[in-house]
Design a protein around this ligand. Structure first.
Ligand code: PBG
Length: 324
């Protein structure tokens, strides 16, 4: 159809018409809220580069989870800041580790909230890498057992889902196997499958105190220039037993979300990461953009690209707007 027979503007004349033909609708049930847990009581340290977010002890964390539940957000993902770090990241898989304690309390106080745990070693190792080391190299296969033990300890504490973010080869199969052997075959794995070596993680590394102490993560996280490789990574994770495939970051990788939506038949999650959040907050504080509108446009674009769920620091703010 060509102008003047067809006029696309006819269906944009008013909000009712626009709503009739809207292809993408956001809902609070699409959101997963990331939270940072620390040891202690009544601790609530603001994270300077992430306004509205805190490193918080479990008592405050529970209040935040309730706030999310009130806004009909179905899930949170927990990150832990341990009391001490060592070369093998032993506090990642300790029964009394910070994430394990946080999971137990949250599930006790808010049983209906889906509690997902991030499975990685970088917050727990003194060198800040996501796997254990052999000299200055990452020991991929040696790390698998530690990651699987971390996931199992989260499941034992009551986690509803585990999300490995380490990018070691073979971790999904290892985690699936250990969970299944220990009567946790019902616990899904959300795999960070296409996790890029991105500079958009900067604010998170400050928040989680997880920056590598030497080198960078390029030998395990993906090269931002690659798309075919994301398909291979995702396909491997599907075959190893993943239940949800994640793309991270989200905005600079909308093409990857879109490609994977066509290539795999599992639900896709996208992580709208710390740097994406902080950029919007900073520009809004300067009065350069309209924060609410940019937030909603961003989240809509991620869903339109093909993500069924979005891990986002905007979860509560966006849900409040949608519920209004
Ligand atoms: C841990 C992990 C990171 C993020 C989530 N899990 C940091 C990293 O890989 O360096 C980043 C999340 C964010 O930036 O919001 N491996």
């Amino acid at each position: 159809m060509l102008f003047p027979e067809y006029r696309p503007r006819r269906m944009r004349r008013n909000e009712a018409l626009r709503r009739m033909i809207r292809e993408t609708e956001l809902s609070p049930s699409n959101f997963i809220l990331p939270l940072f847990a620390v040891e202690g009581k009544d601790v609530r340290n603001p994270i300077p580069s992430m306004p509205g977010h805190y490193q918080q002890s479990v008592d405050h964390l529970v209040k935040r989870v309730k706030e999310a539940a009130d806004q009909k957000i179905p899930a949170v993902i927990l990150f832990g800041l341990p009391d001490k770090k060592d070369p093998l990241g032993t506090r990642a898989y300790a029964k009394d580790g910070i994430v394990q304690k946080a999971v137990r309390t949250v599930k006790e106080r808010c049983p209906d909230m889906i509690v997902i745990t991030d499975v990685c070693l970088c917050q727990y190792t003194d060198h800040g890498h996501c796997g254990m080391l052999d000299g200055q190299e990452i020991d991929n296969d040696g790390s698998l057992d530690l990651l699987a033990r971390t996931a199992l300890s989260h499941a034992k504490a009551g986690a509803d889902m585990v999300a490995p973010s380490d990018m070691m080869d073979g971790r999904v199969a290892e985690i699936r196997g250990l969970l299944d052997d220990n009567h946790f075959s019902h616990i899904p794995i959300m795999a960070y499958s296409a996790k890029y070596c991105s500079s958009f993680y900067g604010p998170f590394r400050e928040a989680a105190d997880s920056a590598p102490q030497f080198g960078d993560r390029r030998t395990y996280q993906m090269d931002p220039a690659n798309a075919e490789e994301a398909i291979r990574e995702a396909t491997m994770d599907v075959e190893e037993g993943a239940d949800i495939i994640m793309v991270k970051p989200a905005l600079p990788y909308l093409d990857i979300i879109c490609r994977l939506r066509e290539e795999v038949d599992l639900p896709i999650a996208a992580y709208n990461v710390s740097g994406e959040f902080s950029m919007i907050k900073a520009a809004a504080q300067k009065g350069w953009i309209d924060e609410e509108r940019v937030m909603m446009e961003t989240l809509t674009s991620i869903k339109r690209a093909g993500a069924s769920m979005i891990l986002t620091y905007f979860a509560i703010e966006a849900a409040k707007l949608l519920n209004r």
